[in-house]
Each structure stands twice: as structure tokens, then as C-alpha cells.
Write a protein that binds this ligand. Sequence first.
Ligand code: DGL
Length: 292
Amino acid sequence: MHIGIFDSGFGGLTVFRSIRARLPQYDYIYLGDNARTPYGNRSFDAIFRFSRECVDMLFERRCKLVIIACNTASAKALRTLQQKVLPLEHPDRRVLGIIRPSAEALASLSDTRTVALWATEGTVKSMSYPMELEKAAPQLTVIQQACPMLVPLVENGELNGSALDYFIEKYWRETLQTAASQSTSAQALPRIPPTGVSQSACGIDALLLACTHYPLIQTSIRRILPPEIKVLTQGEIVAPSLENYLLRHPEIEQALSRTGSQRFLTTDQTEGFDHLAETFLGHAVLSEKVGI
Ligand code: DGL
């Protein structure tokens, strides 16, 4: 049986890339719901229905375990899938999300006090990260920032350039403004310039890219943010977390086949998928179109 990786589109490929680099022995099926992406600003009902259909499709293709490599779907659909759907319909299969491992990774950063989190509107509004972090790391202050323009820019191949820089600067400025207004000692904070990027981090010491598309523009983000801010991506978090999960669940691990294969499915045109997937993975991809 295989490991399935599902995302609303291309973004999950950043997670897939890290998982496969760490665990190359297993067989993988990646499914991108490109025909219905982005999920970021859709309703709970729509995201749940889409996620359920995609997970079912991966189960039909002999996936023992499905990683929902999409923050928006993890935030809105994972719990219901795990608690209501799996016990009744697929008691021998597992679905894992990427929010909990990310929150645990943040909790383990001993020198971090205030973390900023960039995500889609859906992820931010779900409050999933603040709730997970409240359990895993109650000492952390969390600054959430919705970045609705970043996914469309990435999907259109704008991986660097002035349009992208404009929005990164805007979202960083807004992040700093939120941090300043949340701080109880706002007077002690340096002033935030009205335009341009502040030299100050307003107490923020780490930024989690809590949307699977954002690692693709990490170089621009890194260039614009002050160098003292740690920038965390989810591939580097989820891959060791999956390895650890498989060690703790030999009944799942032993059901997995090991020929090192990878297969790519998309709900939209394969040409577009193959082209952008190549950007994400750095090698040629031949995907198959699936209808949902
Ligand atoms: N993959 C989604 C996430 O990580 C972003 C793309 C979308 O909005 O569908 O939240």
C-alpha cells in the first residue's frame, strides 16, 4: 500500500519533496485538486466535501495513510474526517494533517517567544493554529497574518520580482502592526515606519510559513525580513514527524510497499500541472488527470 499526499493544488509538493527526500523507500501518490484550487477562502462545507472526495480517491488507489499537505484543509476538514468518516468507512486507514506537527515544532523552539504565522484566510479564520499552540506552547504569543495574494502569485509562476516583493512587504508591515497593537508594552516598542519594511521585528523571533505554497517564495521572504527572524517551512517539520509516526505505528508502516515509486494525479489539465510541478520538485513530472 502507498502513502497518499493531498493538497488543494501544487503547494503540497513542497511537503512531498521533503517527505520523499527523507523517506525515499516508500511508494507515493500525490493528488492535487488543481481544478478547485484555491481552497483558502472557501466555506467549511466546500473544503470538507472536496477533502473527503480527494482522500477517498487516494484510499481507492490503495493508500494506507494520507497526509493532508494543505493547511486550509487540515484546519477545516481533518478533525471531521478523523472522528466521523474514518471510524465508519475506513477503520484501517489513517489521515494526518500538518497543523499539529507544525505547532509542536514551534513549541520546541526554546528561544522563541513571539511567532508570526502567514497563512490563507481560511487557515487564519479557523483559529486552528492558536488553538493547537495554546495546548502545545501556551507561553508563545502568536501573530496571525492572512496573505491572500501570495497563492495566486505562486500559482501564476511569479516566484520573484517587484509584484511579489510588494505583497511580502505589505504583509510583513501588517504583521508588525498587529504585533505592536497586541503588545502590552507597546510604548517600549520601536516605531513602525508607515511605508517600507521596518528594521524592527517588534519582538517577533520566528515566522512560520503556514501555507504550503509559501516555501516557493522563501528566498524573497528571507531577503525582505530582518535577518534575525527564523523562517520555518513545513516540509522540514512534517517529514521527520511522519518518520516518527511510522516508527510509533508499525502496523501502518508494515503495510507500506517499498519500491520508491511516485505517481502524480491532478483534477485539472496535466500539462499545466507538469510544468509547475517541475518548478516545485526540480525534476520532470508526468501527471495523470483524474475526475472527481
Ligand atoms: N495549500 C493551501 C494551504 O496550505 C494553500 C492553497 C489554497 O488556498 O488552496 O493552506
